[in-house]
Ligand binder design. Structure first.
Ligand code: HEM
Length: 483
């Protein structure tokens, strides 16, 4: 208790709170960005607050992003923070349930599996899946209607991601047992699990059963493929992982292939479903932009709009900018955490944080600062017209090779929706392919606008590690006449 009440010399300022255990949990939990901006105004870029009795030191702006995300492995650690939550969902020996060097190898396997050839085939699969989905969905009967964007798009995201990345067998199972398993497993990421990961919550048993069943299902798929019973129709991540070897020459064991696939399913689903929902919600509030996107497709691909291919995506820059701008305001991961391994001086300050402290980074804050983005709260995909590469890593940046990829050693970019450093996302290209392909299909098929034509936008649900739009988020659709 005394540790919570007494501010040590040289420690970052402590955000005011009435009750030591509750601390700032409620204000942070309701709207982390509002909380970060208010305290940034009061205390500067570095401050400490109390989340469920635990001290968190937040480091904001580009210096703070860099300090935490590019921290050295001897200084900061991700797995000790994340594994109590992710371990029981992904299973043993993968991601944060293993030494960081093993995670780096696993990231390499996945990154190298996302080849141009694979991404090319994913555009075809995702397009076909989206068209089938729209044709078969009860919300899209007739010529016009309304739909709940987050609900419908979260279904579509999981179908498209599983068809492309996870392969045919998993996609086929999604119509029945896999969806229920996914739901039970996903309960492991509910807010209460994050807050009380030590507590035997009633739904943990369903989560553990679902994980074990899923691991068996994936292992079965691998066995049937290895024995030749299942033939290869198109590349997917399971085929790729079956061929990979660790540096010591060993194959990836079946339960690890299963764990990696579960991790990809979860990581991709929550972030991509939230992003594509925000994309359509934002567009529904600015229907003139939907028409601009349609015009972009006609201009770049011809009035008859041929089936989309991977080569077409670079010809549609406004589509990419819509995704990019949406990620600026609605980065699905609002808080990134690391545990301090030894006392550290926070970059750009005299503050010292002790070993054991949790550091919190939020690149979503720098992405919403007026000093980098004029009128930061305005969603405007055209702001990237002139600034397309302004915040990208440059050739001159000092680089570092993590085994799975070469990225800037330090980054001054205020725009980091995919993180930075050794834990940086490896799903960025896949996410862009998936999101743009779905966007192209929706814009071709429908005109979309908010019910009654309002320009309002729904609020954000920040209760979990991944934020998402509050539901319902309904919009009107009208089928385009096919000339
Ligand atoms: C890591 C964002 C999609 C797989 C991350 C991180 C961020 C992020 C911010 C860094 C987390 C940290 O430093 O603690 C996003 C966003 C996505 C997206 C915004 C979509 C719009 C995906 C997809 C996949 C994926 C589709 C899988 C195919 C991963 C993996 C990591 C990661 C494996 C590495 C975790 C680590 O090294 O600790 N992502 N992600 N992500 N993401 Fe993504």
């Amino acid at each position: 208790l005394s540790q919570l009440l007494i501010k040590k010399p040289n420690e970052p300022p402590l955000v005011f709170h009435w009750f030591p255990l509750v601390g700032n949990t409620v204000t942070y939990g309701m709207d982390p960005f509002k909380f970060f901006f208010e305290n940034q105004a009061k205390y500067g870029n570095v401050f400490t607050f109390v989340l469920l009795g635990r001290k968190m030191t937040v480091c904001l702006d580009t210096t703070g992003n860099n300090f935490i995300l590019n921290g050295k492995i001897k200084d900061v650690n991700a797995e000790e923070i994340y594994n109590p939550l992710t371990g029981p969902v992904f299973g043993k020996d993968v991601v944060y349930d293993c030494p960081n060097s093993k995670l780096m190898e696993q990231k390499k396997f996945v990154k190298f599996g996302l080849t141009q050839e694979a991404l090319r085939s994913y555009v075809d699969l995702i397009t076909a899946e989206t068209e089938d989905f729209i044709k078969g969905h009860k919300a899209f009967k007739g010529e016009k209607g309304i739909f709940d964007i987050p609900e419908v798009l979260s279904q579509l995201t999981i179908y498209t991601a599983s068809r492309a990345l996870q392969g045919q067998e998993v996609r086929n199972m999604f119509n029945d047992k896999f969806a229920a398993l996914f739901h039970d497993l996903d309960m492991g990421f509910s807010p209460i699990n994050f807050q009380l990961n030590w507590f035997p919550l009633p739904h943990n048993r369903a989560r553990d059963n679902a994980r074990e069943t899923m691991i068996k299902l994936y292992s079965d798929i691998v066995r049937k493929r290895r024995s030749g019973e299942t033939k290869k129709e198109s590349p997917d991540m399971i085929w790729h992982l079956m061929d990979c070897k660790y540096k010591d020459g060993t194959q990836i064991p079946d339960h690890e292939i299963a764990g990696i696939m579960i991790a990809l399913l979860m990581a991709g689903q929550h972030s991509s479903a939230s992003t594509i929902s925000w994309v359509l919600l934002r567009l529904a509030s600015r229907p003139e932009l939907v028409e601009e996107l349609y015009a972009e497709q006609q201009q770049a691909l011809g009035d008859h709009l041929p089936t989309l291919s991977h080569d077409d995506l670079p010809k549609l820059p406004l589509h990419a900018q819509v995704v990019k701008e949406t990620l600026r305001l609605h980065a699905p991961i609002h808080s990134i955490m690391r545990k301090v391994k030894q006392p550290l001086v926070v970059d750009g300050t005299n503050y010292v944080v002790p070993a054991g402290r949790t550091l919190m980074s939020s690149p979503g804050v720098s992405a919403q600062m007026g000093s980098y983005f004029p009128n930061p709260s305005v969603w405007d995909p055209h702001r990237w017209d002139a600034e397309n590469t302004k915040f990208e890593e440059t050739e001159d940046d000092e680089k570092i090779d993590y085994g799975w990829g070469v990225v800037s050693k330090g980054t001054n970019s205020p725009y980091l929706p995919f993180g930075a450093g050794r834990h940086r996302c490896i799903g960025e290209q896949f996410a862009y392919v998936q999101l743009q392909t779905i966007l192209v299909a929706f814009v071709r098929e429908f005109k979309i606008r908010n019910v009654g034509g309002s320009r309002d936008i729904v609020g954000t649900d920040y209760a979990s590690l991944f934020s998402k739009p509050l539901t319902p988020g309904t919009a009107e659709w009208e089928r385009r006449s096919k000339a």
